[in-house]
Design a protein around this ligand. Structure first.
Ligand code: TXA
Ligand code: MG
Length: 344
């Protein structure tokens, strides 16, 4: 299939161009589009056929449900029911934005979207291109991240082209995503909110609205854990570049010393380091992770893909600042490393 690539500026949206993409969605085709978190791969969430194309294009296991994206918080009642006051408070505080809420689903949503669960994940993106596209398409849009299953999520249209060219009808190139990591996923179907995936909205921010919010124990656990996770996506390999990644976690000095030592022990392989504050290492390639976890989050997936472009075999990724925002970075790092973590 010939993929139509359309440039679109979020500061000056060309509605006619966007309408081309919206028509593809109405016709049951797939459209990749920017959101403030990562690029999404969208399909009409009311059409079983359209949604099945997402699973095919990504190579995604069919038991991993998708997020339904809406143009407005007022539309949430069209896909979800039994919404508690606690859930409404969270929606009011964080939507539109990098926030996804799990609610009881309505039967209008295609079964394959929710992978047979009786709950649905709902998100109202803030990015004006995403917002306008969903509004024009006039249907709820099911969208996972627009990468091949298991790869780092796309934060630039170029990444989507790498993974999806010739497989989908259209890619909207709206520039780089601001947050760089996926939305925070919160299950609001019970008494207390449960954070299933950390992201752009931190746990502290959530607790400011609902103090009883808890963090699901799987967030930093092994992907091979045998217990059934609440969010099916937790059990799959994720965010993994071709390079073999090891996370080195601890204080700045100890992390530096240990990475230097491990680099010395490697022979005959191309090495890379993902380092904060542009710190220098004696490796084939050193990429900058930024000076705080917001910057790390913003660049993480891009840098992982860059190591692959440069043919790096082994990557050491620093993790030195264990703060509130860092939980989301750490969660993605652990997964991209397949849980190879050195704590120093
Ligand atoms: O920022 C984002 O959330 C991006 C953009 C495109 O919106 N989307 C995204 O989708 O990251 P995806 O499919 O890559 O991740 C969705 C996560 C998965 O871990 C999935 O298992 C979980 O949400 N999920 C979806 N529906 C669920 C449900 N009903 N109950 C529990 N977890 C659910
Ligand atoms: Mg994903």
């Amino acid at each position: 299939m010939d993929t139509k690539i359309i440039q679109i500026s979020k500061d000056d949206i060309d509605i006619q161009n966007l309408e081309v993409a919206a028509k593809f969605l109405r016709d049951g085709e797939l459209v990749a589009f920017p959101t403030e978190t990562v690029y999404g791969l969208g399909a009409n969430a009311l059409s079983q056929d359209a949604v099945s194309r997402i699973f095919e294009a990504k190579g995604r296991p069919s038991d991993n449900p998708l997020i339904v994206h809406l143009a407005s918080v007022n539309d949430i009642d069209t896909v979800a029911t039994d919404i508690s006051d606690m859930a409404r408070k969270l929606i009011k505080a964080f939507s539109p934005g990098p926030f996804t809420i799990i609610l009881k689903k309505k039967d209008t949503v295609a079964k394959s979207v929710t992978a047979g669960l009786d709950t649905v994940a709902v998100r109202v993106p803030e990015n004006p291109i995403a917002h306008k596209l969903i509004e024009l398409s006039n249907v709820p849009i099911a969208a996972p991240s627009a990468n091949i299953s298991g790869k780092p999520s796309p934060t630039k249209a170029k990444h989507v082209i790498e993974d999806m060219n010739d497989k989908i009808a259209c890619i909207l190139d709206g520039g780089e995503c601001e947050v760089g990591l996926e939305s925070t996923v919160v299950d609001a179907t019970g008494k207390m909110p449960i954070v299933l995936r950390p992201g752009g909205i931190t746990v502290t921010q959530i607790r400011q609205i609902v103090p009883s919010a808890i963090i699901d124990s799987h967030i930093l656990e092994s992907i091979t854990s045998s217990e059934k996770p609440k969010s099916p996506g937790m059990k799959y390999k994720h965010y993994a570049p071709n390079a073999d990644v090891t996370v080195v976690e601890g204080g700045f000095d100890a992390v530096f010393e240990n990475i230097c030592r491990m680099l010395k022990e490697i022979h005959g392989k191309k090495t890379g380091v993902l380092a904060m504050n542009n710190r220098k290492y004696n490796a084939d390639v050193v990429l900058d992770a930024g000076k705080n976890n917001e910057e790390y989050a913003h660049s993480l997936f891009t840098k992982l893909r860059e190591f692959d472009e440069m043919g790096i075999d082994i990557v050491f990724a620093e993790f030195c600042v264990d703060d509130d925002y860092g939980l989301a970075v750490k969660n993605r790092l652990y997964k991209s490393a397949g849980n190879k973590i050195v704590r120093v």
